[in-house]
Design a protein around this ligand. Sequence first.
Ligand code: HEM
Length: 461
Amino acid sequence: MEFITICFSSFLLLCIIFLFTSSVHGRRKSLPLPPGTLGWPYIGETFQLYSQNPNVFFASKVKKYGSIFKTHVLGCRCVMISSPAAAKLVLVTKSHLFKPTFPASKERMLGKQAIFFHQGDYHFKLRRLVLRAFTPESIRSIVPDIDSIAVDSLRSWENRLINTFQEMKTFTFNVALLSIFGHDEVLYREDLKRCYYILEKGYNSMPINLPGTLFHKSMKARKELAQILARILSLRRETKKEHNDLLGSFMEEKEGLSDEQIADNIIGVIFAARDTTASVMTWIIKYLAENPTVLQAVTQEQEGIMKEKEVKGLTWVDTKKMPITSRVIQETLRVASILSFTFREAVEDVEFEGYLIPKGWKVLPLFRNIHHSPENFTDPEKFDPSRFEVAPKPNTFMPFGNGVHSCPGNELAKLEILVVIHHMTTKYRWSMIGPQNEIHYAPFALPQNGLPIRIFPKNQL
Ligand code: HEM
């Protein structure tokens, strides 16, 4: 009798669960898709997006359909969102329903086990290891090294016509290596540079792995990079010294990362750290040149720090006394919004603000639209660092993303930018050469032609 009762109640429970899930499922299926158009078969609206500044495309869609709309680009059905609350939902509150997604070619080049492509336990573990190496406590000890890399870089630019972005990329590459390998980096810098520079050329290439193609050359360079890393790993294992850098964090015995996992994540961090920070620095150089009063205020602040010092060379404490310069960085991150958006993919049918986002559709939080909306920032096109004297409204300022995948390198990025601005403004002046009006997307937003400038020591003017 007892057995029959158990069977019956289990059956009843199953029926209830089935009825409930199918009604939720049915309700979801009957929800409308967000407004918008999917364009032509196969090509969708890819041409409209890429034949103009992509932000014009986004802005016109937001104007027509509101803060959530559907489209079809690069072979993917997408939902784009531009309200702070919706971005928070996708990136933070319901992040388990939206997994990160990248083109397969990028995954092959960076390495399948890199942090960006994962969710759950493995991602959590990697994130802890990466964050540990980039906390303020960990990076404060490398300020003198960053300082000397900056001084050497600036000296090599003196009285030359330089491509700001290219030079900043060299600087940020050297800082990335320092934060990953500590002082070991000088031993391997040239080899790592040679391989990484070939690898990066293939990031946006067609994934055709035949001799002679960019993709093939990149994959070969990637292999060589992994071999160099294997040499560094075995040397460190032999010497058994403790290291405070990212590699040291990855190599901790109990963490049990394989050599392949370490290689994928080292290459991944260089990729995440380099062009992003270099393009923000390039924008700062442009905005300072275009805004003489801001340049003067920053110069005064930085000269004040120089005067106070008895010993030469910046310290961590000095970098904490730069509120005006820090606001210039914030405002640059907002106006330039170098990462206009990010990608996620719905892992199941999701009900979202009364609409259906079907499983497999891409979801793009549009950072730039949020940063440029007059609802969030008054007179949004104006470069005005003083607006950050008051904290922005919650979830309206996300240059480093939000939630479980937000940028673990943001403290290092801000630190290296502060150090460069310190030396640029106290010792140099620069003039921009050629037209400056266009923005290039490569894929980060960049001033036209990487901002050619001529740079002079102040004492020669
Ligand atoms: C100004 C420079 C930088 C900007 C604007 C920036 C921006 C971002 C953004 C928006 C994300 C989140 C992407 C998403 O949610 O899809 C991100 C993730 C990431 N960033 Fe940065 N970043 C910068 C510099 C750096 C640096 C210097 C490092 C390393 C030292 C770094 C390492 C990473 C890593 C590893 C991730 C992936 C985190 C994860 O998936 O859990 N970034 N970054």
